[in-house]
Ligand binder design. Structure first.
Ligand code: KE4
Length: 424
């Protein structure tokens, strides 16, 4: 594959954008080589500036659950944009999307929209501290909740990939109130809660930012029981898992109801949207009705709201996740067969997200993911890229399936994986 124009684009970009990218993971630093620059995307494919087409498992990190550039979504957004882009005043489309989220997730009685998952979790943390009057936050090693200071501590995703889990610029004062526990281990949580002054526990109910790492049986329920006992809020960060692991996210899959949840990605359909949702009693602590301040110029942007609402409407109408389950079931059996015949390869899959790990046993926490053969992952990534398959460029990321991925696409992926392993 030729990457002449991507190389030129990258050289130009680096002159005016740090690292040539607007989000670190896109720079391919964990997998070597230079990033491809994308020109366009449709359904399950993306095309780079050199005209190379790839079967896409990044799916813009989760939003493209319908596949790229869905015609109905594009039409709805274009029609909305003809009325103007942004008003800085309330619009009815925001209410429609909030109502749709409540209809799909009954525990989400009220929603506040923001423009990113980072803003959503930052707001949820501030709201939890304001509502409880307590200070500390418990998060889990390898879980990533966006790049705001108080949670950029032993983060997964880009933080882990770039080996800067505790980023410079994050002051000790900020992180002294953040307690990091090991995912799938409630002992640390129990001790931290006993010590008191904890406002909330925030967790990716299925972790996606250390690769896909599922909660062990009872882990989430234990967090729910412990937080209830200590009058601490439980926050499910469903920015990635929302509408991907189950039509009702972790609440639907595990039957555990959080006090607050954060959303992003799918609810924007590819446009900048994040959200915080939960009981009206807690949510009404947000300004202007309550004292916890939060704001945003483009929060509830009508074009982004339209994109998210149309995405969710199609998601429901076409039973999108049911179809994806059929394809992911085919993938799961193929991966089970291949990994069963290999020593140092395992996998984890939940609904529309999955990870192949270059380690013998499927990891259950971040240290086990960190033991993966990252050099082998790098070779795997480059092999797949040359075979026209675009994977997330890090072992610490999840792969995503869309409504448009077919069993034929999965066979392409499985055959390429088998060929790669056979070459090693
Ligand atoms: P954003 O600020 O990137 O919209 O959302 C932050 C966030 C919060 N919570 C979870 C569970 C997330 O997965 C994310 C963002 N996910 C990464 C992918 N690992 C976004 C990709 C990137 O950082 O470029």
């Amino acid at each position: 594959m030729e990457h002449v124009k991507s190389r030129q684009a990258f050289e130009e970009a680096r002159k005016s954008i740090p690292g040539g990218v607007d989000s670190p993971v896109r720079a391919f630093r964990a997998v070597g080589g230079e990033p491809v620059f994308i020109e366009s995307a449709k359904d399950q494919f993306v095309v780079d500036v050199d005209g190379n087409r790839y079967l896409d498992f990044i799916c813009t990190w989760g939003p493209a659950i319908l596949g790229h550039a869905d015609n109905e979504v594009l039409t709805a957004v274009k029609n909305r944009m003809d009325k103007g882009l942004s008003f800085g005043m309330p619009t009815t489309i925001e209410t429609r999307l909030a109502e749709k989220m409540h209809e799909m997730l009954p525990y989400v009685e009220k929603v506040r929209f923001v423009s990113s998952g980072t803003e959503a979790t930052m707001t949820a943390i501030r709201l939890a501290r304001g509502y409880t009057g307590k200070e500390k936050i418990i998060k889990f090693n390898g879980c990533y909740h966006g790049h705001h200071d108080s949670l950029l501590v032993k983060a997964g995703s880009g933080g882990a990939t770039l080996g800067i889990p505790d980023s410079p610029g994050v002051t000790p004062g900020t992180t002294k109130s953040t307690i990091v526990c090991e995912y799938n281990n409630s002992d640390g949580v129990r001790d931290a809660l006993e010590a008191g002054n904890v406002a909330a526990v925030i967790v990716e109910p299925v972790a996606g930012n250390m690769g896909v790492v599922k909660p062990k049986e009872g882990f989430l329920q234990t967090l729910r029981d412990l937080t209830e006992r200590h009058e601490v809020l439980l926050i499910f960060d469903e920015v990635m898992t929302g509408f991907r692991i189950h039509e009702q996210g972790a609440y639907g899959l595990y039957g555990v109801t959080p006090d607050l949840a954060t959303f992003g990605k799918v609810i924007g359909g590819g446009m900048p949207v994040g959200a915080i949702g939960g009981s009206g009693t807690i949510m009404d602590w947000l300004a202007p009705i309550g004292p916890v301040y939060q704001a945003g110029t483009l929060s509830g942007n009508p074009a982004a709201m339209e994109c998210g609402l149309k995405t969710l409407e199609i998601y429901e109408r076409d039973h999108v996740l049911e179809e994806i389950r059929r394809v992911s079931g085919h993938l799961a059996s193929g991966l089970a067969d291949i990994c069963g015949r290999q020593n140092n390869v395992s996998f984890s899959i939940q609904g529309a997200m999955f990870t192949v790990f270059f380690t013998g046993t499927t990891p259950s926490n971040f240290p086990e993911v960190a033991d993966c053969d990252m050099e082998r992952f790098r070779r795997f990534f480059q092999f797949m890229l040359n075979d026209g398959i675009l994977l997330p460029p890090s072992q610490y990321e999840a792969n995503f399936l869309s409504f448009k991925h077919t069993k034929k696409d999965i066979d392409h992926y499985l055959n390429a994986l088998e060929t790669f392993l056979g070459l090693e």
